[in-house]
Design a protein around this ligand. Sequence first.
Ligand code: ZN
Length: 276
Amino acid sequence: MTRPTNREQKGSLSPAEKIGFTAFLLAVLLLFFDPWLATLPLFLFLILCLAAPFFPQVGFFLPIISRSVTGSKGVALTFDDGPSPSSTPIVLELLARYQLKATFFVVGEKAARHPDLIADILAQGHTIGNHSWQHDNLLMLRSRKRLQQDIHQTQEVLKQSGIQSLAFRPPAGISNSRLRQVLLDEDLVTVTFSCRIFDQGNKKITNLAQRVLQKLKARDILLLHDIAPKKEAMATYWKNELNTLFSSLRKGSYDVQPLERLIGQPVMIYQKNKGL
Ligand SMILES: [Zn+2]
């Protein structure tokens, strides 16, 4: 599987840079006609910059993969926010029961506390991505240095399990203009999602399976959460819903594929029995 390296993107301009440059040129040209009119392209560019972080799938600041890019009509499963002893073993058991592969976008701090769960995920042939160190939802408002530290710290913890993650998913799916260079330095690409049911981290799981199946389309990357609902009854309900979902995915017309196959590039490099 070939990987268009992140390094290749280093010299290229992001859409934000190209649009910003064009807006500036346009503003200079318009200055000759009407100074007020000249502010219009700059104003529109500013609006785009303010809105873009909330639409990461557009890839305004940096290239973002949010669905199949290989032409494959499969779907990929991803689980965010783990690992956790109260949820990861349940997800793993169900994935094994239905012979499905998934990618776990883990929180570094939790991965550091549960290397055994990271090992279990890997032992079953699933892949692992970087989902930041503490899942700070305001991470994209922090300085570039802080952003770098946060992502790097998670990479370091994963290295202790023998993994170099190649995929980063920003907390809450929000991106910003500083993220691009940080990810280039860490050799990571941004992988978000194209299908979710707004479960609020498994707080809203009523009819989870049915809601997913109504929305899921060919080529989608599905976002689910590796978090157990707090109340025991709800945790059991969640497990049953996942069971129903996986069973339907297995029997239905969906071709569930590993994420790396759907996006045509590896999600991680794993050296078994070897902390890097
Ligand atoms: Zn998350």
